[in-house]
Ligand binder design. Structure first.
Ligand code: FAD
Length: 410
């Protein structure tokens, strides 16, 4: 049994901690946020690989993960159906997965209010430095797993040159209660993984559990992500500045977004989007904004420190794989430790398994987002068709149908 510290208690850290704990290790999660983390995040597309990883983490005993859709629908701007694809998929949510994973881990293994500031690693182990509620602390272990997200403190110490790269567009996100939607929207959009692709933009959405993770008819919600270009600099800064003039470069929480920006976004929705989509955007009480980034590391193993999840690779959300990739990283880490023990060699084996997958995820997501970034010529890709056929597909089931393989080297 090894002593293993996991920095970051979001979905990636929790997946790793649960798997490692079930393998008999003495695991401690250090999460800087104190208090409830519910209400973070929104909808999450599930893939078979995620379901398998959840099972390994001890949480999927046939539990209802979310809402199942029978397929996809692409709406034209006039609201008529352009294309339908039968492609069943289960749509879950950040809070559902978080609750399941937290419940599966003994509470004493999850320390909140613990903010990590640095790590000292030797050939025999690691010492992590940080604070708990403002009081300096240090923790020692055989291994450290850094799952502390896109702005990872641990990665920035080990690989200071690796920085997220802004993709040139933002995602407006939100969740709309189904009770607020018209019968027409409920019939033509709500049951499906939906798409609408105005020139240079894209909106996608799907049904998810409503308040209190309720999946009963009448209590669900529709989760949307609307990708819109925003040039780096003044345009982006203005979007990310709240009504009090405070700048939030990484994304604005739902209650902070400037009402002027929300009003403008809703007005644009009326002009650009199918009426069903415009209604979803209009009726969503608290939309929020996230800039879209790419991030890729060339090294995930640093002696006895492993970097995983969004700390290692961030692929744009078009592939809907962030949580699934974090789950695959966690599983690869456990496999490597089973084979090599809690050693630096295990982390090298983990790196060899995860680097190609991370690179491929980032490349595929960039390919899907290229038109939004303005780097493909207008008309060179059938964008609406590409969006409905490729966005967030389960590669295990439909990867052979993807056009991406042919363009890997393009
Ligand atoms: C618009 C959008 C849509 C998305 N849709 C999907 C989808 O459909 N499917 C999907 O699988 N993924 C999706 N994702 C991606 C997904 O949200 C992430 O990839 C996933 O949550 C994995 O994150 P993580 O646990 O590695 O990091 P994070 O979720 O970023 O967690 C990092 C954790 O570390 C903690 N932390 C940070 N610094 C410290 C520190 N110094 N000390 C202690 N703790 C610290 C943070 O508080 C946080 O809890 C989407 C993302 C976006 C932006």
């Amino acid at each position: 049994m090894a002593r293993i510290l996991v920095v970051g208690g979001s979905l990636g850290g929790l997946l790793a901690a649960n798997m490692l704990w079930r393998d008999g290790h003495d695991v401690q999660v250090l999460e800087k946020v104190r208090g409830s983390m519910n209400g973070r995040g929104a909808g999450i597309v599930s893939h078979d690989a995620l379901t398998a990883a959840l099972e390994r983490a001890g949480v999927n005993d046939g539990t209802n993960l979310g809402v199942e859709v029978p397929g996809r629908v692409l709406l034209d701007p006039d609201g008529s159906t352009h294309t339908q694809l039968p492609m069943p998929q289960v749509l879950t949510s950040w809070s559902r997965l978080y609750a399941l994973l937290r419940h599966a881990l003994p509470p004493e293994r999850y320390l909140q209010g613990a903010s990590v500031s640095g790590v000292d690693a030797t050939a025999r182990g690691v010492t992590v430095h940080g604070q708990v509620d403002g009081v300096a602390e240090a923790w020692s272990a055989d291994l450290l797993v850094a799952s502390d997200g896109i702005r990872s403190t641990v990665r920035q110490q080990l690989l200071p040159d690796v920085q997220p790269r802004y993709a040139g567009y933002v995602a407006w996100r939100g969740v709309c209660d189904e009770a607020l939607l018209s019968r027409h929207t409920m019939e033509t959009l709500f049951p499906y993984f939906g798409f609408c692709v105005p020139e240079g933009e894209q909106i996608i959405g799907y049904p998810v559990a409503g308040a209190d993770r309720d999946t009963a008819v009448g209590h669900r919600a529709y989760n949307f992500v609307w990708y819109r270009p925003a040039a780096a600099g003044a345009a982006l800064k203005s979007l990310m500045t709240d009504a009090d003039g405070q700048h939030h470069p990484l994304g604005i929480a739902p209650n902070k977004v400037s009402w002027r920006q929300v009003a403008r976004m809703r007005e644009d929705g009326r002009v650009l989007l199918a009426p069903q989509w415009a209604q979803v955007v209009q009726k969503t009480a608290l939309p929020f904004l996230q800039p879209i980034y790419d991030l890729a590391c060339d090294q995930l193993a640093h002696g006895r420190v492993a970097v995983m999840g969004d700390a290692a690779f961030v692929a744009r959300p078009h592939i809907g794989m962030g949580v699934t990739k974090a789950a695959q990283d966690a599983a690869a880490l456990c496999d490597a430790i089973r084979e090599h023990g809690a050693t630096a060699d295990a982390l090298l084996a983990f790196e060899a398994s995860c680097l190609p997958r991370g690179r491929s995820a980032v490349a595929r997501a960039r390919w899907l987002g290229a038109a939004l970034e303005g780097v493909v010529e207008a008309g060179s890709v059938d964008r609406p068709q590409q969006a409905i056929a490729e966005t967030a597909i389960d590669l295990g089931r439909y990867g052979h149908l993807s056009g991406f393989k042919d363009r890997m080297t393009a």
